[in-house]
Write a protein that binds this ligand. Structure first.
Ligand code: ADP
Length: 163
């Protein structure tokens, strides 16, 4: 049985992440979405790890081979702990490449049992990121379609204090 792992901060999950998760789920028997606690990233996440996991759980409820787990260890350690042999990352523009290349090299150095694979973002989501979505929401711009509806509502509530 081949188990893959899609790691990220997912603060919050976007349609771009979900596209990668769906495509990765079709390639593996089983896929674990690994949600990093990331307490220090960019001044701390907007949503708690429980909220981030719950958003992904509802958005992937139609994918029976996908499960969601929070982690706060080295990624390769968590992958081997849950029996995942492949890490799948989404690649957007070239700007992602350098960082992802470095992380893949480091992870390979830490564990040669775990491979990193990349799936290219589709053009519609090439420029979509969690931080862009938060910036749009903060200025009461339209985020519907960029994130699941549930996340859209939570962003509006959290960032503008209204519904
Ligand atoms: P980031 O890397 O932007 O801080 P995450 O850690 O949540 O965000 O991202 C997890 C993974 O999802 C990374 O591999 C990232 O490149 C990928 N990803 C993020 N947004 C998209 C998108 N719009 N399309 C494809 N992949 C994406």
């Amino acid at each position: 049985m081949k188990r893959g792992m899609c790691p990220g901060t997912f603060d919050p999950v976007t349609s771009g992440h979900l596209d990668i998760i769906e495509r990765a789920a079709a390639l593996f028997d089983d896929l674990v979405v690994a949600v990093a606690l990331s307490p220090d990233k960019g001044g701390g996440p907007l949503f708690s790890v429980e909220e981030r996991c719950a958003f992904i759980e509802s958005a992937t409820a139609h994918l029976p081979n996908v499960s969601v787990r929070a982690f706060d260890t080295l990624l390769v350690e968590f992958a081997s702990q849950v029996g995942a042999s492949v890490i799948i990352k989404g690649l957007r523009a070239v700007t992602d490449f350098e960082r992802e290349f470095q992380m893949a090299q480091l992870n390979y150095r830490l564990s040669t049992d775990i491979e990193t694979m990349f799936i290219m973002a589709i053009p519609e989501y090439m420029y979509l990121s969690s931080s862009a979505v938060k910036e749009i929401a903060r200025h009461a711009g339209p985020t519907r379609g960029l994130v699941p509806d549930e996340v859209h509502d939570a962003l509006v509530e959290r960032l503008t204090g209204s519904r």
